[in-house]
Design a binder for this molecule. Structure first.
Ligand code: SF4
Length: 67
C-alpha cells in the first residue's frame, strides 16, 4: 500500500473526510468514526500509523454508476 507519509492510514480510509484548508494549506482529515465511536478523535493527529478503525476505501470509480 502506498500511503501519503504525512497523513498515514487516513489517506486511504473509507471513514476519512477530507476538509480543504481555508487558506490553501494542507487539508484536514476528519474521522467519520468519531461521530459514533468516542475512541476516535474527530481530527486525528497525523500521521496515523496504526488504527483499529481503518478500513480500506474502495478504489476510485468502484462505486455505483450514475443513472
Ligand atoms: S478510522 Fe482511523 S484511519 Fe480511518 S479516518 Fe478514522 S482515524 Fe483515520
Amino acid at each position: 500500500m502506498d500511503l501519503n507519509p504525512t497523513v498515514g492510514l487516513c489517506a486511504q480510509c473509507a471513514h476519512a473526510r477530507v476538509i480543504p484548508h481555508p487558506r490553501g494549506g494542507d487539508p484536514y482529515y476528519r474521522c467519520g468514526r468519531s461521530d459514533f465511536d468516542p475512541r476516535f478523535a474527530k481530527y486525528p493527529r497525523l500521521p496515523v500509523k496504526v488504527c483499529p478503525g481503518y478500513e480500506a476505501a474502495p478504489p476510485p470509480g468502484d462505486g455505483p454508476s450514475p443513472e
